[in-house]
Write a protein that binds this ligand. Structure first.
Ligand code: CUA
Length: 298
């Protein structure tokens, strides 16, 4: 039952306190009810008494519940404060949610489909979504935070032991919502460092879009920028201007590759020819990563 993050105990405190006091009240109220039912039954008390106000009693049933809910508030606040206060030395990992998968991007720009972290190191999460609202939920860490399109949410955690922990999506997001699963893998720091070295070649497309400057002009969510959006691009029929001639092309891998290397060759109608050629600035492998990513942006 114990959680696996440094603050899970604080969340549990609030939970157990509320559950415990509710149980005590449920039992107490039910017993009192039964006692009164028997003691003041009609055969014994044919004439109901008319009770005037009772200061002491009224004060008691106002003050006691107030104290009780203030204690509940205290436990809730104590946990909330810690959960919202990211330590300065936290390692930053970007969580990318999309229909219907998770990907995690590390400070070196590499990515993985499962979230690897070193045990005992605070992890700061930047939560993003490529499409609709998802919710990043790790029950064993007592951590749940929404991933919203068009804005960035924050959360943090620090694991207390090595292990593998489930990740769920906790916001209904379409057909495969229930299968939007992944894992947190918490490793001893030295093992994590080795894993990160092995993972370095799995460059994240989101990282590429940023370091190559693509996202300055091309959106991934359908917004019109200086260049066409990547959303819904793959397989689409596009009207382009080639050597002054208007023609139709179907966007496939070859077209995207050519348009990255030689952007001036085919200019999509309605856009200015302002993209610099990427010939010497991007590798064939990096282009493949981007093409696979664009295919996902339906
Ligand atoms: Cu993503 Cu539910």
């Amino acid at each position: 039952m114990n959680g696996a993050s440094t603050y899970s105990g604080l969340v549990d405190n609030a939970f157990w306190f509320i559950l415990g006091s509710s149980l005590i009240m449920l039992v107490g109220i039910t017993l009192t009810l039964i006692y009164f039912l028997v003691k003041y039954r009609r055969s014994k008390n044919p004439n109901p008494a008319q009770i005037e106000d009772n200061r002491k009693l009224e004060l008691l049933w106002t003050v006691l519940p107030t104290i009780l809910v203030m204690v509940m508030f205290y436990y809730g606040w104590a946990g909330f404060k810690v959960m919202r206060d990211t330590p300065d030395d936290a390692m930053e990992i970007i969580v990318n949610a999309r229909m219907w998968s998770w990907s995690f991007q590390y400070p070196d720009g590499s990515q993985s489909a499962e979230l690897y972290v070193p045990t005992g190191q605070p992890i700061s999460l930047k939560l993003r979504s490529a499409d609709v609202i998802h919710s990043f939920f790790v029950p064993e860490f007592r951590l749940k935070e929404d991933c919203m399109p068009g804005r960035e949410n924050h959360a943090w955690f620090e694991t207390t032991r090595d292990g593998t922990f489930d990740i769920f999506c906790a916001e209904y997001c379409g057909d495969l919502h229930s299968q939007m699963l992944s894992k947190v893998v918490s490793l001893p720091p030295a093992e994590f460092d080795r894993w990160l070295v092995d993972n370095a070649s799995n460059i994240s497309p989101e990282f590429l879009l940023q370091v190559k400057g693509c996202n300055a002009c091309h959106s991934v969510d359908g917004r019109k920028g200086i260049g066409p959006t990547y959303k819904g691009l793959f397989g689409k029929t596009e009207t382009v201007v080639t050597d002054g001639e208007v023609r139709q092309v179907v966007v496939d891998e070859a077209y995207i590759r050519h348009s990255i290397l030689e952007p001036q060759a085919d200019i999509v109608q309605g856009f200015d020819p302002v993209m610099p050629p990427m010939k010497d600035q991007i590798s064939p492998e990096e282009i493949d990563i981007l093409i696979e990513y664009i295919k996902l942006l339906k």
